[in-house]
Write a protein that binds this ligand. Structure first.
Ligand code: PEP
Length: 250
């Protein structure tokens, strides 16, 4: 039985005041006994603030991106070691917005994943197809290639140290959600690929669903056998919605 993970992706949203209010509400509502792992992935400038706000919280901290390089002359970049110093446990890599707006390809995403693992953090590796790819029957090959590049770059003995997020691009921020059956079909394919790389470890990997997950669809999505939690965008910015999704993760 895999413990579910609900991770919020704040994207480029927030402010010192808004972050403080949001995390105060989330912290206050969570008892000591939460049934799932929880994280929020904050914009880089707010990591120090969130590290302090989450110091004695059930909520772990994550970052939204990382450099593929270890250190050096890479203006504007933040290394995995730096993120670790600010208390990050998770790092999102290969989000579709980074793939499409910042031209990140499978090789770069794989390199970033390696760096995150080297620093002892957990990468949340995002994969997902566009609407055009889905409609032309390419979903399996696209997500298979995206995950395959990562699995080829990491040590097979470390497969259980990654989290995978299946995020159909057409469902992100659009209000359109994959049906539980549609999502499960892709998650089952990803599971097969993970166990094909390392049978024991692949069975342990959490595969999150992301794409307009909301309080009213979270429970049915997370009831599917290979959906082990959610990567939540818009709904993670509202404490009541985020808490309702956490409550649905059992
Ligand atoms: C995301 O950005 O990872 C995401 C899933 O966004 P939303 O929940 O807003 O669709």
């Amino acid at each position: 039985m895999r413990r579910k993970l609900v991770a919020g992706n704040w994207k480029m949203n927030g402010s010192l005041a808004a972050n403080s209010a949001l995390l105060a509400s989330v912290n206050a509502a969570l008892g000591n006994d939460v049934a799932c792992d929880i994280a929020v992935c904050a914009p880089a400038p707010y990591l120090a603030q969130c590290q302090a706000l989450l110091a004695s919280s059930q909520v772990a901290l994550g970052a939204q991106d990382v450099s593929a390089h270890e250190t050096g002359a890479y203006t504007g970049e933040a290394s995995a070691a730096m993120l670790a110093e600010f208390g990050c446990r998770y790092v999102i890599v290969g989000h579709s917005e980074r793939r499409s707006y910042f031209a990140e390809d499978d090789a770069l995403v794989a390199q970033k994943t390696v760096r995150v693992l080297q620093s002892g953090l957990t990468p949340i590796v995002c994969v997902g197809e566009t609407l055009e790819q889905r409609e032309s029957g390419k979903t399996a090959s696209v997500v298979g290639a995206q995950l395959g590049a990562v699995l080829a770059a990491i040590d097979a003995a470390r497969v259980a140290d990654i989290v995978v997020a299946y995020e159909p691009v057409w469902a992100i921020g659009t209000g359109k959600t994959a049906t539980p059956a549609m999502a499960q079909e892709v998650h089952a394919q990803l599971r097969e690929q993970l166990t094909g790389c390392n049978a024991e470890q692949g069975a342990k990997v959490r595969i999150l669903y992301g794409g307009s997950m909301k309080p009213d669809n979270a429970a049915e999505l997370m009831a599917m056998p290979d959906i082990d939690g959610g990567l939540i965008g818009g709904a993670a910015l509202k404490a009541t919605d985020f808490l309702a999704i956490i409550a649905a993760a059992k």
